[in-house]
Design a protein around this ligand. Sequence first.
Ligand code: ZN
Length: 184
Amino acid sequence: MYNSKFKIDEKVILPDSSEAAWPINVTAWQSNTGHIFLDEKVARYDGSTHSLCKRGHLSPKQGYCAECVPLNNQEEYATYPKQKWNDEPLYSMALDQWYFDKNSVIDVMRETGQSAQELMLVIGEPKNAYEIDPDEYFEEHLPDGINVPDEIAEAFNTLNDAIRNCANPLCYYPSNIAVLIEEV
Ligand SMILES: [Zn+2]
């Protein structure tokens, strides 16, 4: 862009020039920690230990408001679509507990006297094992254009058949679907 070393008419200011900087009087803020800030808000934050959350609870300034966690969960749960229970495993967001059979769900509802909504029960979503591609699995060590040896590929096929046909999931994760339980 520039043909010469300096732009024509570009002003040159050296560090020791009076035009480079000059002193002014400002109010600085010293925080509770001893640090000095020009910005009042930053200083006040630095010197504080606690803050008020959006609901007005007192909480340590770093981290989250523990009192809000169940309230946030309830608000979120209220937005979930509802689905009739077909005996899937259920997770209680209120109690942080899993229930894998019908009786344990009935028991907890009777023991606590709470409804599915109060327990914030959601349907468990199964996570199945996934098939493994041997060429991808060993990709790091395979030269370009070379596949795994045939006997290994065959063994992976057998493994993948078992994975595909396995009726049991590896685990369940809580879904975003609230369960509707008609009667207990
Ligand atoms: Zn809070």
